[in-house]
Design a protein around this ligand. Structure first.
Ligand code: NAP
Length: 257
């Protein structure tokens, strides 16, 4: 018997084996949780299929989180296949490349809207859709992924930092709404990790170096460590914690000068 035997989870945001969502999925599956995954469009379907095939009885659903229809279809399928939901992982973000290149002040209405729609509102939409299945499970836990650029200005992070601030505030408001129904909502604020999404950020390699030099642990965080922290918050070990943003960044955020 392992920690999450008999529990089910939906993981949104696996693009490839370097994805933070995949690190969390591996930790959850290792503790016995049965998982389903969403992927955006056919471009990454094969990648996600290959990874999901390494886990017992994993399910796969297409979902562009800007589509309410897609989200509805995912939870209909999850209802049919899983019957309940104990955990939801939101590991999704997007901003237009041009909005991660220039100055934040240049962000136009559409760039601002797209970044917030995909990176912040989608947490609200997915969580709302998960509520009935989590209530059926007798409660549940939601986990989102954020970055320190929500709290302080990180060069090149631009509109994504503002969208992450919205995501973190959404975590707190969702936690307040859903706590009485036994549903916890938290976020991990991860230090920089070299993933597909991260490569879109100007000067990302320099960011990795800077974090490793300044963080108390004098290194960058490993994917496995983010996965383990996700497992903690999504499992009964985190049962007293909601509305929290937990930094998994080798301590970087405590440093001033
Ligand atoms: P990743 O592997 O590229 O994952 C990002 C995921 O978001 C991809 O699967 C991507 O799918 C998906 N996505 C984008 N737009 C979508 C849409 N409209 N509908 C559905 N899915 C969509 O990169 P990652 O670094 O693991 O990112 C996961 C999360 O961690 C993000 O929230 C990110 O901001 C956060 N985070 C990352 C770091 C870091 O340094 N890497 C640090 C802190 C927080 P497509 O590839 O198909 O677009």
């Amino acid at each position: 018997m392992t920690l999450l035997d008999g529990k089910t989870g939906l993981v949104c945001g696996v693009a490839n084996r370097r994805s933070i969502a995949w690190a969390i999925a591996q930790a959850l599956a290792g503790a016995g949780m049965r998982l389903a995954f969403t992927y955006q469009g056919d471009r990454l379907k094969e990648n996600v299929e290959e990874l999901a095939a390494t886990l017992p009885d994993a399910r796969l659903y297409p979902c562009d989180v800007t589509s309410d229809e897609d989200i509805g279809a995912v939870f209909q399928a999850a209802d049919r296949d899983l019957g309940r939901l104990d955990a939801l992982v939101h590991s999704i973000a997007f901003a237009r490349r041009e909005d991660l290149e220039g100055e934040f002040v240049a962000t136009d209405r559409d760039g601002f809207r797209v970044a917030h729609d995909v990176s912040a509102y989608s947490l609200v939409a997915l969580t709302r859709a998960a509520v009935p299945l989590m209530e059926r499970a007798g409660g549940g836990a939601v986990l989102a992924m954020t970055y320190y650029g929500a709290e302080k200005v990180a060069a090149g992070y631009n509109v994504m930092g503002v969208a992450k601030a919205s995501l973190e505030a959404s975590v707190r408001y969702l936690a307040a709404d859903l706590g009485p129904r036994g549903i916890r909502v938290n976020a991990l604020s991860a230090g920089p990790v070299n993933t597909l999404a991260a490569r879109g950020i100007r000067g990302f390699t320099g960011m990795l170096k800077h974090h490793a030099e300044k963080a108390p642990l004098r290194r960058n965080v490993e994917l496995r460590e983010i996965g383990d922290a996700g497992l903690f918050l999504l499992s009964p070990m985190g049962s007293g914690i909601t509305g929290e943003v937990l930094h998994v960044d080798c301590g970087y955020h405590v440093m001033a000068v």
